[in-house]
Design a protein around this ligand. Structure first.
Ligand SMILES: Cc1ncc(COP(=O)(O)O)c(C=O)c1O
Ligand SMILES: [Zn+2]
Length: 386
């Protein structure tokens, strides 16, 4: 394996990868895995990827985990990139359908890699605060790894996610509050209970799994990145991960300097990144009274806020908020036109695309990618009265 060390994304302090790590001990910001790309590139070649397994572990050399250790895998990654010709109209629109992952969401990518590393480094009990899909994914991979999963979810998390976690054998605690309250509960109890905290960006390897979204996109587009990407942003791990992947691929000599414009899409009832982006701020304040049916976007405060905002600005992208009722109506539009029952988080991106299009921020003929980050099937409560 080619991870040399971990490095703080804010202050640059370095840490060994060979011990379980959470945030930077000095500034309490996320740590990133630094990879020796020159060495990784000696065996990982663009041209021979097609001969490898379909799962995200095809990019093994740029992922953590020693080469002789078996990953905890359920066949995650390798999802289809579908042209959405009818929905796109004069936009060259593509949908990366992440609902085909194990546990029906893109959270499987991060958890496969993070659980593999946590197990390798000796963790026995894994805890996560979750809006729903991350919990399902942790429950599945913890079960597969033979580890304990402890999942803390807001009481109003979609029922499907709660049942899924229980049936996958995890210990589920419902909290009267938001995902931030769930995270605080874990932080309070983890030392006593012996839990390893798997919160998004509070451990270094979920983002490594998520970065494979960027590698796959480049590979599927024959190493030419799209003009714009719309990403439903809660904690922002996928957005941050993709950006890391683009930089790594450039260092590997696989792509040039062109980057997509990155757009964060949030819910009108919880849009801290949109607010901070518009105000020109470097970090985002905490939203009070956060509410939206898109439970994955109900994140009032993201620890990687400064990283997300930096990427949006560096890429000349932006941030946009979408009302719940638009998500609901766009779900049926996308479903009936393109045949995908998308999660409301992804529906927010389709609605966001319309706004960006009418504001002239995305123009005719542009190649745009939207991630269907999860399946609508887990959110039936939102649609039952339609
Ligand atoms: C379906 C879905 N989309 C998007 C998100 C937001 O992902 P991220 O935390 O990477 O911003 C989540 C998170 O729970 C989700 O479940
Ligand atoms: Zn630091």
């Amino acid at each position: 394996m080619f991870v040399t060390h971990l490095e703080c994304s804010a202050c640059g302090l370095q840490y060994p990868w060979s011990r379980l790590q959470n945030l930077c001990l000095s500034c309490h910001k996320p740590l990133f895995a630094i990879i020796d790309l020159a060495a990784a590139g000696r065996t990982l070649k663009r041209e021979t990827l097609a001969t490898r397994e379909k799962s995200l572990w095809r990019y093994r050399e740029v992922l953590p985990l020693p080469g002789d250790v078996e990953p905890v895998s359920l066949g995650e990654g390798g999802t289809p990139l579908l042209r959405a010709e009818k929905l796109g109209g004069d936009i060259d629109l593509w949908i990366k359908d992440e609902s085909l992952n194990p546990t029906q969401s893109f959270k499987a990518r991060g958890m496969s890699v993070a659980v593999s590393m946590a197990k390798h480094l000796g963790a026995a009990k894994l805890a996560v605060p979750s809006a729903g899909n991350a919990g399902g994914a942790l429950a599945a991979y913890a079960a597969r790894a033979g580890l304990e999963g402890h999942i803390f979810m807001p009481r109003d998390t979609p029922l499907a996610n709660i049942i899924e976690c229980r049936e996958l054998g995890a210990h589920v605690t419902l909290i009267d509050g938001l995902i931030t309250d769930c995270g605080a509960e874990i932080a309070r109890r983890k030392a006593k209970e012996g839990w390893f905290d798997m919160s998004t960006l509070k451990e270094p390897y979920r983002v490594e799994g998520k970065k494979t979204l960027g590698y796959e996109l480049a590979e599927q587009f024959n190493w030419e990145l799209p003009d714009s990407i719309l990403y439903p942003t809660g904690g922002g791990t996928g957005l941050i991960g993709m950006w890391k992947a683009f930089e790594e691929m450039q260092a590997l000599g696989w792509i040039g300097t062109k980057r997509p414009r990155m757009f964060a899409v949030q819910a009108a009832g919880c849009a801290p990144i949109v607010r901070a982006f518009e105000a020109g701020e470097k970090s985002a304040g905490e939203v009070s009274n956060a509410h939206t049916i898109a439970s994955g976007l109900r994140v009032p405060k993201a620890i990687g806020d400064f990283l997300i905002l930096n990427i949006l600005r560096q890429s000349n992208g932006g941030a946009i908020a979408v009302a719940d009722k638009e998500m609901i109506s766009v779900t049926r539009e996308a479903g009936s036109i393109e045949g995908l029952f998308v999660a409301p988080e992804a529906a927010a991106c389709f609605a966001g695309l319309k706004s960006l299009r009418s504001a002239g921020k995305i123009r005719s003929g542009e190649r745009v990618v939207i991630f269907n980050t999860g399946s609508g099937i887990k959110y039936l409560d939102c649609y039952k009265d339609r």
